[in-house]
Design a protein around this ligand. Sequence first.
Ligand code: UD1
Ligand code: MG
Length: 420
Amino acid sequence: MSKRIKEEIAIIILAAGKSTRMKSEVPKVLHKLCGRPMLGYVLDLVASLKPAQAVAVLGHKQELVRKFVPSGIKIAIQKKLIGTADAVKVGLAALKGFKGTVLILYGDIPLLKNQTIKKLLDYHLQNNADVTLLTAQLKEPFGYGRIMRDKYSGICGIVEEKDADEVQKDIKEINTGIMAFKKDKLSANLGTIRPNNQKKEYYLTDIIEILAKKNCLVEGLKIKDAQEALGINTRAELAKANAIIQKTINDKLMQDGITIIDPASTFINFGTKIGKDTVIYPFTVIERDVKIGKRCFVGPFAHLRDGVRLGDDVTAGNFIEMVRSRIGAKTFVKHFSYLGDSSVGANVNIGAGTVTANFDGQNKNSTVIKDNVNIGSDTVIVAPVKIGRSAITGAGTVVTKNIPDKTVVVGVPGRILRKR
Ligand code: UD1
Ligand code: MG
């Protein structure tokens, strides 16, 4: 089956829309879920389906969005954002010489699973349908297009929230937006859609009634887990999807042998790598591109930002902020410290309240701390600076100059006291 699907599927991803309901300058599909633009999740799904062709339809701020589209996916530009039917038309024009099944995905539906789409495609092909919709049963269907069924319970149309009457608003079966079409049926009928609705837009959803009236075979497959179909139009829906993805990330880490004491208060970005037997304490935030070794202790209240690398057996304890820093094995950074643009060796002890002053107002400067160093409490390290192997700083030292190996420094600014 999978071979057959590979030969026959082309995917159109609709991602041209504005973020009107997000009330944002940022295009909706670039809003982040666990540190990653929502479009990234949709594009992963596309890659996992291995389509013969795929095209992303971009429009609003397309110059920003296109950077996130990998080279295997074509880009088509919708000039005027006049509705999903027009967006599909633009996408179709980019699918050169394709005959087969066209799958429509939306850039604002990031939780869909590969198995669900495969089921939809199998169902579509097995039934030899002209179009198959992925539908969902929701307790609160507000905002979604409602599925209209005729007296034989066949799908005969979709009515959008804004155009629905009171009876239609009561319908709990909704259009997820995901549809599989026979390409010729889609292209032959798209042009007949008219913007006869509240928003004066060309709705793709209108094609269902058009096809049903022509006695084409319109099928529907109801999704098992309605959560997968969550469409993100608002900040509240963004937060809801974020929580779902966060749970998946945390569950997977725990499965892989990491202790997360309180998953509900632990925020770990997509793509974070953590070694076995590491313990993450509550109220920890781990951002983009972070790698943590084995048997580490992180948090509580730790903030590990972009580009942090912790070796094995590291403690990054209470109220720690780190960014663009490497910490060597068996190093302790236990209490309220800020390490930025730092390279710290192995077996180092960073005393409570240590701060790297890495920003001089214009540039970010780096700090190097070699192996076996002991940084006294409340040391301020004014970068750029290097602290040699086995050096010691006294409590409250302000380090402004490089410190040779095995040297003890004290004072403000730090002056050499003696050789160890
Ligand atoms: C759409 C569906 C609705 C469905 C819901 C599922 C239509 C008319 N309605 O509503 O039935 O229940 O999704 O989440 O399709 N887009 C473009 N160009 C445009 C307009 C939109 O590319 O001119 C893109 C958007 O970027 C987005 C997708 O199409 O990724 C859907 O648009 P959106 O405005 O979010 O539609 P909904 O109101 O959510
Ligand atoms: Mg939407």
